[in-house]
Write a protein that binds this ligand. Structure first.
Ligand code: CA
Ligand code: CA
Ligand code: CA
Length: 283
């Protein structure tokens, strides 16, 4: 009897141990993508608006973490400055910050021709490659869900089906933290590709622009400078480039891939947005 009982206890302990081990490996380890400091200038020429609220580093992408959390996925985007709320977002049903707007484009299937190659309106002219077409885009915005949904409904056109809005978005120090339901996004896999675009939230956007701030030829109080007054420039401040390991050379990679030109008032050379397919670091 005693021996049997001991065997039963040991078997239970072994099974429990196995179950724990299975649970521990079921979720992929976090994906960590990094970006160098000081390349928050798009193709190399963009400058922040004049107003003092746009503090140095506010749009400088440094790190992106994608964390599998049971029924949700947490996106953590770290920038080069403490995230502040100069426009009192609580007064417009916002999320506790004001200036930043981050769009995370995800290629889930890595199939040529499957997904979208364009960008949401307001990012100017920029394209993904056919074999890196995105399937989902997660929006980290200070705008409350009602306003954000209305903007997506009214402006995203046929890309609307790919837009995923987080359940919650908040700022914590230099990091934006957003929680997305897996039922809306799917379960992250190490084969997924990512591109993370930093823009600025504009509560009074130009007609057709989805809550983004313009990049003009000359900077203004609330306008970025160093781009074009026509719609041929990519209106993005910082993106992932190269291997997304945070190496200095990735700034040059970014400037090269975002190179653009106007042909008269129309786009000439179109900026290319790369997808980063990052297998997680070995445990
Ligand atoms: Ca950066
Ligand atoms: Ca795709
Ligand atoms: Ca960058």
């Amino acid at each position: 009897m005693r021996t049997n009982r001991l065997v039963r206890v040991l078997s239970f302990a072994t099974l429990a141990g196995l179950a724990f081990a299975v649970a521990a490996i079921a979720a992929e380890p976090p994906v960590v993508l990094q970006d160098p400091a000081g390349d928050d200038n798009g193709p190399g020429t963009y400058a922040y608006p004049n107003n003092e609220v746009y503090k140095r580093g506010s749009f400088d992408l440094r790190k992106v973490e994608i964390i599998d959390k049971d029924t949700t996925v947490e996106f953590r985007v770290t920038l080069g400055a403490t995230i502040e709320d100069p426009w009192d977002s609580k007064s417009w049903d916002g999320n506790g910050f004001s200036l930043q707007f981050v769009q995370i484009y995800i290629d889930i299937d890595h199939q040529k021709g499957s997904g979208y190659t364009g960008v949401l309106p307001g990012l100017g002219t920029a394209k993904f490659a056919d074999d890196e077409a995105w399937d989902k885009v997660v929006l980290l915005s200070p705008q409350g869900r009602t306003r954000l949904s209305a903007e997506v409904r009214g402006k995203a056109g046929n890309m609307r089906g790919g837009v995923v809005l987080p359940s919650t978005t908040r700022a914590n120090g230099k990091t934006l933290v957003a929680s997305v339901k897996k039922s809306e996004l799917g379960t992250p896999s190490k084969t997924w590709g990512y591109q993370v675009i930093v823009q600025s939230n504009e509560g009074f956007p130009d007609k057709g622009d989805l809550l983004t701030r313009k990049v003009n030829e000359t900077k203004g109080d609330h306008r970025f400078g160093g781009g074009s007054d026509y719609d041929c420039d990519p209106q993005v401040l910082d993106i992932l480039a190269g291997q997304a390991k945070g190496e200095k050379s990735e700034a040059a990679d970014q400037h090269k891939t975002l190179a653009w030109s106007c042909a008269g008032e129309k786009p000439g050379k179109v900026a290319h947005l790369p997808m980063i397919y990052a297998a997680p670091a070995a445990p």
